[in-house]
Design a protein around this ligand. Structure first.
Ligand SMILES: Cc1ncc(COP(=O)(O)O)c(C=O)c1O
Length: 401
């Protein structure tokens, strides 16, 4: 059986840069050789546009592109009546959703429900469009353990929001939300349910048929795939509610100056030439992952998380914002009185790559009453030696302050 060490062995970055300890996986993950080779092979041997030309190369590119869609869709254990739309990533997906639901599902006077720990991608597009349409945004607060306040969540559902949009895993803290339970409660009041899967996509096997959400969004680059490609999974009925955000070629059936007939799903939401190599790279990342036992990878990551969390907790003066329970692999911490970026700079000097700041989740840090945090985020290719090096570097940095 393939181990976590075998997994690491597939990523050329670690061979090229054995001196770096990469604990910034929540920002973006490294790419395995097969993903890099798939993109290269497309440009070397298959390069053509999809869904247009009448030659064999274009047919082959189209076949590979649509096969990639099917591979990624099936990886999600999708509901029977669902489809996968290619996007440029999670942010692009949210912009499509927020724009696309205004005036179709959402009408002036409606309410939508977000939470205090959302990434800006699941806040700002809503804010922009809701303000113009006169739609109210309610926000689920955090409880004393920096997790969603479930009592408040249920109370806010009494306002009958038309949309409930929540993250699967908090990118600021690593906490995994009980999304199955949240989706069921939201559906019980008739809300359309949206899950931000940017971090959740790499947190273990998904079962979207069981979760039963209307939409699930993610970015390929956090799942070992290239940047600039992502997906918007949706139930067909929910996707049909969306007004396209982008207009142009590919998304039409017929165009004349007296009017245009739009194409069917999924093409209706995919205007212009898509990121073909990116889609093939994302499918290659999925096929790569499918060679490993997800249990082995997740168990390894959880062991690293425990060691990292305990090691950080033992450094006098550090305050941990992330709990260990239901955590996808993130330790967020602060050194009270010091700015997180100063701590991160000292770690950087020891070649420990972390992120510092508010992690595109300013309302979360406002709720936590912190200026931001240092975030150490794990992937299954990390190892114990790297975790120990990070703990030692943190202890040394804290000494210096
Ligand atoms: C929870 C969450 N949502 C949305 C995003 C936005 O993803 P992208 O920048 O790939 O569009 C991120 C990226 O960090 C994230 O962590």
């Amino acid at each position: 059986m393939l181990t976590a060490a075998d997994f690491r062995g597939q990523f050329p970055f670690f061979t090229a840069h054995p001196d770096w300890v990469y604990l910034d996986n929540a920002a973006t993950a490294h790419k395995p050789q097969t993903v890099i080779e798939r993109e290269l092979a497309f440009y070397q041997h298959q390069n053509s546009n999809v869904h247009r030309a009448a030659h064999g190369l274009a047919h082959e590119a189209t076949r590979a592109f649509e096969q990639a869609r099917s591979t990624v869709h099936q990886f999600l254990n999708p509901a029977a009546d669902s489809q996968l739309i290619w996007t440029a990533g999670t942010t692009a997906g949210f912009n499509q959703l927020a724009f696309g639901l205004m005036g179709t599902l959402l009408q002036p006077g409606d309410r939508i429900l977000l939470t205090a720990l959302e990434h800006h991608a699941n806040i700002v597009p809503w804010q922009f469009h809701c303000e113009r349409y006169g739609i109210q945004i309610d926000v689920v607060p955090l409880d004393s353990e920096n997790r969603l306040d479930l009592v408040a969540f249920h109370q806010l559902l009494e306002h009958k929001p038309k949309v409930v949009s929540i993250s699967h895993v908090s990118n600021g803290l690593g906490h995994i939300q009980p999304i199955r339970q949240l989706v069921a409660a939201a559906k019980a009041v008739g809300a359309l349910t949206i899950i931000d899967g940017a971090q959740g996509i790499s947190a273990g096997p998904l079962d979207l048929a069981a979760i039963d959400c209307d939409f699930y969004l993610f970015s390929g680059h956090k799942l070992y795939a290239p940047t600039g490609i992502g997906a918007l999974y949706g139930k067909t009925a929910a996707l049909q509610l969306l007004r396209p955000l982008m207009y142009g070629g590919e998304m039409i059936k017929q165009v004349s100056f007296t009017g245009t007939v739009l194409n069917d799903l999924p093409y209706r939401l995919e205007a212009g030439t898509p990121n073909i190599a990116g889609a093939l790279g994302l499918a290659a990342a999925v096929e790569f992952l499918q060679r490993f036992d997800p249990e082995v990878l997740q168990q390894h990551k959880q062991q690293l998380l425990q060691r990292l969390h305990q090691g950080c907790a033992q450094i006098p003066g550090l305050q941990l914002l992330s709990g260990l329970e239901d955590n996808a692999g993130i330790v967020s911490l602060v050194l009270p009185g010091e700015h997180p970026s100063d701590l991160a700079t000292l770690l950087d000097q020891q070649k420990i790559a972390v992120r510092a700041g508010t992690h595109c989740a300013m309302p979360l840090y406002a709720a936590l009453q912190q200026p931001g945090a240092v975030r150490l985020s794990l992937a299954p290719y990390n190892n114990i030696a790297e975790v120990d090096a990070a703990i030692a570097a943190l202890a040394q940095a804290v000494e210096l302050f």
